[in-house]
Each structure stands twice: as structure tokens, then as C-alpha cells.
Design a protein around this ligand. Structure first.
Ligand code: ADQ
Length: 762
């Protein structure tokens, strides 16, 4: 409507201008005609009266001359007549002759010539004709001046203007009304067609989609994509924030209650035998477990993992299964036993000395050994057999986790052609050039492409993966859909930034943040008003622990006011200790911490509190709640869940997160102080800023961070993957139906003739 008005206003202005120009043209033309007409009339009047007039003038008969003039002006248009010249002295004139037109004020002219003019007088416009009166012998006796009234022309001009404007106004109104009606009508028909077309994705499963008009074809794909993206966020069972309940609803309504199978190297619960012979349950220090475990509790199903605990074998049933979590059993843990040789080759060797450094830009050289590769393949195959056993049916949904199982999707596809296989890569994917360092690059890519969807934390990792596929495999890459088509099968490549459960269950039993703050300082032997920083990691070179400690040292160097007041608690869980690089890192962290403590200890324990052991989650959450600042300094990290855990622990809205920009988390947590961990000046400045930040600013930042993590929690992560998977399944099933119909010669059943898109058929 507004657009219609935007069009109408200039149209009306244009019409008014045209009306004005047209009326002026008409008036001018009417004037010209009238002048010509009056000049001719004047000559006619003189011609008919010349004889009498010249005779009387020559005879000096003023009375008769005046009578002739009075007779002339009986014509209604002739306003007056007068004679000027030597024969009529003093001048003769009729009664109504305008006194302004005295003989001596007449326009100049050549003697004996006629002259016409239009003159404006106070009583109105008049037409003036000055005509010489000649005697029979050719002598000029004087001039006859005839004045015609032209005011009727002014009246006519006003009428012409009025009529033209009214006519154009009517035309304008008519045009406006028909434009509005036409735009209204086309709007209604556009929206009707758009509605019809938008409905297509939902009922097109049952029949052919309606044909889109040419006008709509370019936008339709965009609109459909938007609608389906929104639809993917909205699931039956409720919108709003994602929760365990909402995720369960997705499974119930979209996957018809089918449990999922998760395959990961690490198990969520490890049974360890203590020195006194008792068995205790350990929660591993693993981002993957932190994220996936709440999802499994919501979804149920089976988690297949390496049984690595010393009491694991003693706690499983005859099928190597145990129900977990202990005390609130909701899903099955299926353990796979690995020989020492397998573990060394597959886990320590190929996965953690090869792929881990290959995928992280942390300046550790990847080691690739053929013997490790052999074990990697072997263990992947062993897991494939176990997963196939655990799959609830041929259409199972299987979530393959991480770089330990790059070959598994293809192996599973061979065993379960109809399964929905979702591979998630928890660490970065390097660029193609770097990836090419791996001698088995083709096998790894091909293995992953057995999946229905391959997921990464960020779009950049997806792009790197597609670039690697492009470089090393014969395949077609559909950039628009972000999919790889190989051997007639399609794999979607999508970013799914992982997260944590919200609210964190570990908060439930903890005291208030204030209490944690006081208790924690007391337990560490620190003054009650000490400033405390915290770092929580597996002891891994990608986490930048050495750089973190050096940033603390730089802080104390540059800002002496923090000496003796600021302490940094580093909770570090020993990790992959069989690998030489990790052992060296352990030594280096110890050495750097000792050197800083020696410099700034002042005879006391020093500012670095290095706690190198495995911590139970409630302990870690207490540290988060007690800290003034949490510093995550990874040199490269797929996501980093410590940053998100810290945010989730701070329901008091206090504490500052200093976060490496080389983490996936930095893309989401913009209100953290984001730093380059290699730049010790920048990092130490950020630590100083964090320790001096006003409580109001802390609150503002923390509120925004908490909103972000709460909204983008791990249930949303899992929900989005599963919803994408269900849509893919629907598409595949439809594709199979159409394919069957086409092969059995019933093209009409599936819509158009011709085979369905083979690419999506699995
Ligand atoms: P990780 O490298 O394991 O994960 P991260 O995401 O930081 O890293 O998670 C670490 C987890 O271990 C956290 O839940 C933390 O609480 C816990 N943890 C750390 N130190 C501990 C300690 N001393 N004792 C006990 N627990 C400890 C990989 C990728 C990450 C990605 C995750 C999830 O490297 O980039 O975020 O997977 O995809």
C-alpha cells in the first residue's frame, strides 16, 4: 500500500503540471485567434463606414461624424470609437471610449499604416485598432481608433483553466483508484500463490509439488530454505530453549523413540579399583564426555567405548554392558576391550601422535607410522562389528565421535546401508595442504564420507574439510548445499558448535559463590581478600598452559600492585602420559611454575598453585565459583568447554573470562576478554583489566555470556544434528519410494517422469 502511494504522489504532481501547461497553451491559442478576429472586425467596421466618415470629416461636420461613431459601437463587443487627427480637432469619441487612450498616447506607428495592439486597462484587457481614414483623393483625414472589449477572454481563460484541472484531476483520481485496486489485487494473488508454494515442502511428500510461476522461481528456493531452517528449530513438543525434555521429544516424535548409538573412544564412566580393593567411578576429563553424556541421559540408547578402567571388566554383564549413570541408570555402556598393542597403535600412536598434532596448529610434529595405522584400521573395524551388534535395527541412528574413528562411518555403512550415520569431529580440521601430510589422507576422507552428515564446530573447519575432499578425492562438491557426492551417495558437511548442559548438574549441591570463594581460599591457604585466577585443563600442549603461566609472570612484572595479592590455581589432569611430548610438557609446566614461584614467592608458596591431578566435576565447579578470573589460553582448540563451564558456574554474575581467540568458543563468547595467548603483553594486560574490572561491568558481561551459553546449550547442538538427520531420512525414504515407483514403470506415482536424484539414495 505504501509503495502504491509512493507511486501515486508523483503521478498526481505530474498530472497537475501537465494540466497547467495544457490550459495555458489553450488560452494562448484562444487569445491569438481572438486578436485576429478583432483586427478583421475593426477593418470591416471601417470599410462599411469609410465613405460617410471621410465625407463628414472632410466637411467638418462634427455632429454627423459623432453619430456615425455611435452607430459603429452598437456592436456589443466594440467598447468605443474615436477619431484623432487634424480633421477632428478637438478629438471626437463615443461616450464609453476609455479616457486612458487619449490620441496623444496612442502607440507610435508609421503615418497611414494600420496598427493593432492589446492593452491592459484597469477595467480589463482591450483590443485596440488604429486605422487611417483616407479621403477619395488619398489624403489621410485622421485615424479611427476602435477599442474592443477583451475581458470575456480573461473570463474564458479562467474557465478553461478550471475545466482542464477538473478533467485532469478526474483522470488522476481514476488512475489512482485503478492503481490501488490493481496493486491490491496482485498482492492478494501473489500472497495466495506464495502460500500455495510454501505449503509444498510439507505435502510434497505425498505428491507432486505445485509448479511455481516464473516470477517466484528465483525466490522460492530462498524462502523454502528459510522456512525449513525455522522449522528445524521448531520441534513438536515445544519451542523455546532447548532442554533434555525437548530433546527427548525430538526423539519420540521424529525418530519414533529409536535410541541412538554413540561411539567414542572415551567412556563416560570409568570403574577404577582403589588400593583398598574397592571400586570407584571416575568421570573422565574429556570435553567430548562433558558434552555427550547429558545428551545420552536424555536420549537413552547405547554408548560404545573402550573399557579403559582397571575395574571395568568386573562391572559389566556377560555382553560387556553396564547400565549408567550409576544410581540413575538410563542408558547402556558397551565396553570394547583393546589389547595393549592395539591401544598403543590406535590410541597413542595414530590418533594422538598423528592426527591430534596434525589437526592442531600447536607446533608439534605429527608422527605417522605404518604399524600405528594398521592398529587404527583394526580397532575401527572391531568397533564397527560391535556397533552393528548394538544397533537397534537397520535404520539405526549412530553418532560416531571424533578423530579416533575416521574409518568407522564407511565400515558401518557397509554393514548397515540404511543407517543414519552422523560423524562429529571434535577438534579442528586443518587446511588441505597440512592435511596432505598424512600418508593415509584418502582413506581417512573416504572413511568419513561413509556418514550421512559430518559435523564440525565451525564453518572454517567445514570449509577446510571440503577443500581437502576436493583436493584428494574424486567427488563432486555441492558448495551451495555444503555436501559431497561420491559414488552416488551424498554426505552433508555442517557446523554444529558444541556446548554444555544448561543448567550444569554439578551446581546443584554446591554452596553459594560467596561461600565457595571463602572456603576455596581457606583450603588453599590464601588470604581471604586474595585475587584468584583459575585454569582447568587436561595437560595438553594445545591448551597453552606454559603460555598462561608466562602471562601471569608478565602480569606480575608489569603490575607490581598484584604481587602478593594475585594467585593462579592451575587444575591440570595428566593426559596421554605414555607419549613423550606430553611427558616433556608436564616437566616444562612444572619448571615454569617453580621458576615463577621462586621469583615472586617472597619466601612463601608463590603465586602459581599447580594441582596436577584428576579433579571431580564438583571440585572444578567450586574453583570456577571461587575465582575472580578464568584464563583459557589454548593455542588451538576446536571449541573449549572450560570457558562455557566457567560461565555456567557464575550464577552470581561475577568473574571475568579471558579467552584465547584460537578457540571455537571465542566465536560465540564475544563478551569475554579475547586475547592472543602468544602475545604476553596483550594477555597480561587483559588479566590486569579483568582483575580491576568494576562489578557492574563484570555483571553486564557475565549476563550476556550466560544468555548465550544457556540458549546455545548442548541439547540444542544434539537437537539440530538429530533434526537434520530426520530430514535426511525422510528425503532418503522418499527417494527410495520414488526410485521403486520409477523402476516398476509407474512414473506418475512419484510425480514427474525420470529417475529420482540418485545422489541422495543410500
Ligand atoms: P578437550 O580437549 O578434552 O575436548 P575441553 O573442551 O576443554 O577439551 O573440555 C575439557 C573437559 O575436561 C571439561 O569438561 C573440563 O571440566 C574437564 N577437565 C579439565 N581438566 C580437568 C581436570 N584436571 N580434572 C577433571 N576434569 C577436567 C575436545 C576438544 C575441544 C572440544 C571438546 C568437545 O579438544 O576443543 O571443546 O572436545 O567437543
Amino acid at each position: 500500500m505504501r509503495a502504491a502511494f509512493r507511486f501515486l504522489v508523483p503521478l498526481l504532481v505530474l498530472l497537475a503540471l501537465v494540466a497547467y501547461a495544457a490550459s495555458e497553451l489553450m488560452i494562448r491559442q484562444a487569445h491569438r485567434w481572438a486578436e485576429r478576429d478583432l483586427s478583421a472586425r475593426s477593418r470591416l467596421v471601417l470599410a462599411s463606414a469609410r465613405e460617410g466618415l471621410s465625407g463628414r470629416l472632410a466637411a467638418g461636420d462634427r455632429v454627423r461624424t459623432r453619430q456615425i461613431l455611435d452607430e459603429m459601437v452598437r456592436d456589443e463587443r466594440l467598447l468605443g470609437a474615436r477619431v484623432c487627427g487634424p480633421g477632428a480637432e478637438p478629438p471626437l469619441r463615443t461616450a464609453a471610449f476609455p479616457p486612458e487612450l487619449a490620441c496623444d498616447r496612442l502607440p507610435l506607428r508609421a503615418p497611414g499604416a494600420t496598427h493593432d495592439a492589446v492593452v491592459g486597462l484597469p477595467g480589463g484587457t482591450v483590443h485596440l485598432s488604429v486605422l487611417p481614414i483616407g479621403a477619395d483623393d488619398g489624403e489621410v483625414l485622421g485615424d479611427l481608433v476602435l477599442v474592443h472589449d477583451m475581458s470575456y477572454l480573461d473570463r474564458r481563460a479562467a474557465e478553461t483553466r478550471k475545466t482542464t484541472f477538473v478533467a485532469f484531476a478526474l483522470v488522476g483520481l481514476l488512475a489512482a483508484a485503478s492503481t490501488l485496486l490493481a496493486s491490491r489485487f496482485s498482492w492478494l494473488s501473489w500472497t495466495a500463490e506464495l502460500r500455495r508454494l510454501l505449503a509444498a515442502p510439507f505435502h510434497s511428500l505425498g505428491g507432486a509439488a505445485p509448479a511455481a510461476s516464473r516470477t517466484f522461481q528465483p525466490v522460492l528456493a530462498d524462502v523454502r530454505e528459510l522456512v525449513s531452517r525455522l522449522a528445524s528449530e521448531e520441534v513438536s513438543g515445544g519451542g523455546g530453549r532447548w532442554s533434555a525434555e525437548r530433546l527427548r521429544n525430538v526423539l519420540r516424535t521424529r525418530l519414533h523413540g529409536e535410541g541412538v548409538v554413540v561411539v567414542a573412544n572415551r567412556e563416560p564412566y570409568i570403574h577404577e579399583r582403589a588400593a583398598d580393593g574397592s571400586v570407584r567411578v571416575v568421570y573422565p576429563a574429556s570435553g567430548l564426555v562433558t558434552a555427550l553424556e547429558p545428551v545420552m541421559r536424555a536420549c537413552s540408547g547405547t554408548w560404545v567405548a573402550h573399557g579403559s578402567g582397571s575395574a571395568d571388566r568386573d562391572t559389566v554383564d556377560a555382553h560387556d554392558r553396564v547400565r549408567v549413570p550409576p544410581g540413575e541408570e538410563s542408558y547402556a555402556l558397551r565396553r570394547v576391550w583393546l589389547s595393549e598393542q592395539e591401544e598403543r597403535g590406535y590410541y597413542y600412536g595414530f590418533s594422538n601422535e598423528g592426527l591430534w598434532p596434525l589437526c592442531h596448529v600447536a607446533h608439534t610434529r605429527p608422527e605417522f607410522r605404518a604399524a600405528d595405522w594398521e592398529q587404527y584400521r583394526r580397532v575401527n573395524a572391531r568397533f564397527a562389528a560391535v556397533v552393528a551388534e548394538e544397533a537397534p535395527g537397520p535404520d539405526a541412528v549412530i553418532l560416531v565421535q571424533d578423530y579416533h574413528f575416521a574409518l568407522l562411518p564407511r565400515m558401518l555403512r557397509q554393514r548397515l546401508p540404511r543407517a543414519t550415520i552422523l560423524a562429529f569431529w571434535h577438534i579442528p580440521w586443518p587446511n588441505a595442504e597440512r592435511f596432505g601430510i598424512c600418508p593415509w589422507e584418502r582413506e581417512l576422507l573416504d572413511g568419513l564420507l561413509g556418514s550421512s552428515i559430518v559435523g564440525f564446530h565451525t564453518q572454517a573447519h567445514c570449509n577446510n574439510f571440503l577443500e581437502s575432499v576436493d583436493r584428494f578425492l574424486e567427488s563432486r562438491i555441492d558448495r551451495e548445499r555444503q555436501a559431497v557426492v561420491m559414488g552416488g551417495r551424498e554426505t552433508l558437511v555442517r557446523p554444529y558448535p558444541i556446548s554444555i548442559e544448561w543448567p550444569a548438574r554439578w551446581l546443584a549441591g554446591l554452596p553459594s559463590a560467596e561461600r565457595c570463594r571463602a572456603d576455596y581460599r581457606r583450603e588453599l591457604g590464601l588470604p581471604a581478600d586474595a585475587l584468584l585466577g583459575v585454569g582447568v585443563d587436561r595437560l595438553d600442549y594445545t591448551k597453552g598452559i606454559v603460555e598462561r603461566l608466562q602471562a601471569v609472570e608478565r602480569l606480575l612484572d608489569r603490575f607490581p600492585e598484584f604481587r602478593g595479592r594475585f594467585f593462579f590455581a592451575q587444575l591440570a589432569s595428566p593426559s596421554r602420559t605414555l607419549i613423550e611430548t606430553y611427558r616433556r610438557l608436564n616437566d616444562e609446566v612444572e619448571r615454569v611454575a617453580a621458576s615463577i614461584n621462586a621469583r615472586f614467592g617472597n619466601g612463601g608458596p608463590g603465586p602459581i598453585l599447580l594441582m596436577r591431578r584428576h579433579h571431580e566435576p564438583p571440585d572444578i565447579f567450586r574453583a570456577y565459583r571461587a575465582a575472580d578470573v578464568c584464563y583459557v589460553s589454548s593455542l588451538h582448540d576446536g571449541m573449549n568447554l572450560v570457558a562455557k563451564e566457567f560461565v555456567s558456574a557464575r550464577d552470581d554474575l561475577r568473574g571475568v573470562l579471558v579467552l584465547s581467540r584460537f578457540t571455537g568458543a571465542a566465536r560465540e563468547l564475544a563478551e569475554a576478554l579475547v586475547v592472543n595467548p602468544y602475545d604476553l603483553e596483550e594477555a597480561s594486560s587483559a588479566l590486569a583489566a579483568a582483575l580491576s574490572m568494576a562489578p557492574e561491568e563484570q555483571e553486564q558481561r557475565m549476563r550476556a555470556l550466560r544468555g548465550m551459553v544457556a540458549e546455545f546449550n548442548v541439547y540444542r547442538w544434539a537437537g539440530r544434528i538429530l533434526l537434520d538427520a530426520t530430514r535426511l531420512r525422510q528425503r532418503e525414504r522418499l527417494s527410495v519410494r520414488l526410485s521403486d515407483a520409477w523402476r516398476s514403470g509407474e512414473p506418475g506415482r512419484g510425480g514427474d517422469s525420470g529417475p529420482p536424484d540418485e545422489d541422495v539414495h543410500r
